[in-house]
Ligand binder design. Sequence first.
Ligand code: PGA
Length: 250
Amino acid sequence: MKKNLIAGNWKMYKTPSESISFVSSLIKNLKNYDDRDVLICPPFTSLFPVSQIIKDSYVKLGAQNVYFENEGAYTGEISPLMLKDVGVEYVICGHSERRNIFKETDEVINKKVKKVAEIGMKPILCVGEKLEERENGETFEVVENQIKKCLEGFKDIEKLVIAYEPVWAIGTGKTALPEQAEEVHVFIRELISKLYNFEIAENLIILYGGSVKPENIDSLMREKNIDGVLVGGACLKIESFLRIIDYQKI
Ligand code: PGA
């Protein structure tokens, strides 16, 4: 049976020493669950020390970005082989901050998604519309385009996770209503069913991201097609991340 996934994207927060004390205390306070996985995505500099702390726990390790070549003269970039070696299992690809601030295109994201899977890790492909696109009624079109372009020629579909993250909800405190998120998740599942097949679509983990917090996690997780969340701001404090992990469906 597929498990839900609660993922924390730390973005550019926490030094290695802050990460060590945060994760040590997270693990001490974490309950055991059999229906959900917990993933943390610290900055690159914290991956190794954090991997050492979580190695005897069920917490999984993710990275926030990667380059699409194994090695080479690419000053400042990090290769998928380096991530794999450190124990990274998931890699966020195409986060809206990468798309908007660092100008990553769907073509580049497509290469990253393929490379991550080829090396044996799981890409978390982020998609989502901007505010004006939602207001113009273009949400489905934008999401469909991003998915088709980012998955062009991608065959390792069992490894894929998709995160629907409406840009207007990221870091703004404005969460999509559970039914707004559900509607897009259903659309994504149907699209994957058309592009691949029904079984693959049913097994696909689709996360919601954008101002997830203790106050709204339960209602989001009650939706049938929301298989977990990608949390930014609210995963940086132990109490709020623990509460999100401990979501209740009733
Ligand atoms: P947020 O970020 O929870 O702070 O809105 C979510 C994300 O960017 O993944």
